[in-house]
Write a protein that binds this ligand. Structure first.
Ligand code: ADP
Ligand code: ASP
Ligand code: MG
Length: 404
């Protein structure tokens, strides 16, 4: 049996015809080496953002079903063009939508979860010697509606297919050389990391390192599918993401993260009695708004403020729901702040080393950056700060933790 490789190419890797042709040449190169190949592609360049913008010109409150119908078209353009580019190189290739290759999901439009993959169609095509090209980011629900898997969801398509097909390798091609100690577009002194664990990558991705979708790392971890992140513009070897990395001693900090896609909502003067927070957050969850960080101040006055963060794309819905809930629990004003950012430090080493939080807060203080909220996990600490300080915060944390 030839080795099976799943290769995923992100939006910038297929942004125009020349790049699509370049991807085709790379894929054919692997075919010539004897591999069976499944290729997953994202929409061309910024197509998904442009489609969202287009919908926004018609309504601020589009039906989520129709959003999925719209957004899934981006990836369909890419798969067809890549198939043609491979045909031009004299190889057999065939493109499919997510539904056509049996990527079954629940009915949660815009953030659907994969329930199972019926990959017989792919296996048959591979047997015929064809290169199989699959539209990333999409699946089909049990009632035959097209669904999408959340932003960055082509990563998930690739990992899920690699797992279902028991691929020998899963490569994620993107526009940087691999996973860096922080976003190399913010800190040019960032270093590429040769190997990183699923846990560290999951934490970095969840805190905003856009390079991998967090859910794709969850699946890779669950099924122990090593991933190889590398550049579609070079032949360099990139980063492997795997279960365990042998290091003599864990580095204290692996990376610095930044997320500018959150907004902060503060509910003022919440009466300090049991049940207030429960009512507010229940209402948010019933309306499909995920809440991230939550801070409630200790009350000396029998009234308290509750602040929480939500994805910016959900902010207006969250405000609507919060206003209704606040009126019911007798709370006061509601303040929305969209000019925030979350900076984080991630590292397995912090489990056994005290002082990381102190060093982080000290670094922000030295730069006269005020901390508005703090959140911690086993292997990370993150702070909400004003957005205008975000890049300065990332660079100084990167330097002070010795990552440069
Ligand atoms: P693709 O279109 O290939 O899916 P993305 O734009 O989703 O690519 O992700 C790649 C981008 O992630 C990079 O261009 C980089 O700016 C950003 N990024 C953020 N944090 C990191 C990090 N720690 N290492 C590498 N890239 C990062
Ligand atoms: N095109 C989708 C997005 O921009 C999926 C992806 O690129 O992974 O979110
Ligand atoms: Mg991506």
């Amino acid at each position: 049996m030839p080795k099976l490789i799943v290769q995923k190419f992100g939006g910038s890797s297929v942004a125009n015809v020349e790049r699509i042709q370049k991807v085709a040449r790379r894929v054919v190169g692997y075919k010539n080496k004897g591999y069976n190949i499944v290729v997953v592609v994202s929409a061309l360049g910024d197509t998904t953002d442009e489609l969202i913008e287009l919908a926004g010109q018609i309504t601020s409150d589009p039906s989520e079903r129709e959003m999925d119908m719209l957004l899934s078209t981006g990836e369909q353009i890419s798969v067809a063009l890549l198939a043609m580019a491979i045909h031009k190189l004299g190889k057999e290739a065939i493109s499919f939508t997510g539904g056509q290759v049996g990527i079954m999901t629940d009915g949660n439009y815009t953030k659907a979860r994969i329930t199972r993959i019926e990959a017989d169609n792919i296996r048959e095509q591979l047997k015929k010697g064809r290169i199989v090209i699959v539209a990333g980011f999409q699946g089909v629900s049990s009632n035959q509606d097209i669904t999408t898997l959340g932003r960055g969801g082509s990563d998930l398509t690739a990992v899920a297919l690699a797992t279902a097909l028991q691929a020998n390798e899963c490569e994620i091609y993107t526009d940087v050389e691999g996973i860096y100690t922080t976003d190399p577009r913010i800190e040019p002194k960032a270093r590429m990391i040769k190997a990183i664990t699923f846990d560290e990558m999951l934490e970095m991705a969840s805190l905003g390192a856009q390079v991998m979708q967090p859910r794709s790392i969850e699946v890779a971890k669950k099924f122990n599918m090593p991933l190889h992140v590398r550049s579609s513009f070079s032949q360099k070897s990139g980063t492997v993401i795997l279960k365990e990395v042998t290091r003599m001693e864990d580095a204290l900090i692996t990376g610095i993260t930044l997320n500018r896609n959150e907004a902060k909502i503060t509910v003022c003067d919440v009466p300090d009695r049991p049940g207030g927070a429960a009512k507010l957050f229940k209402e948010l969850s019933l309306n499909g708004v995920s809440v991230d960080m939550i801070v409630q101040n200790v009350s000396h006055t029998r009234k308290t403020d509750i602040s929480f963060t939500v994805a910016k794309t959900n902010a207006h819905k969250a405000i609507k729901v919060t206003k209704k809930a606040a009126a019911r629990i007798g709370a006061g004003d509601i303040i929305l702040d969209e000019n925030i950012a979350r900076v984080g430090v991630v590292g397995i080493g912090m489990k056994s080393h005290p002082g990381v939080a102190a060093k982080m807060f000290d670094t922000l203080a030295q730069n006269r950056i005020n901390i508005e909220m703090i959140s911690t996990s086993d292997i990370s600490i993150s702070c909400i700060i004003q957005k205008k300080f975000a890049e300065k915060a990332v660079r100084s944390l990167h330097k002070n933790f010795g990552l440069g």
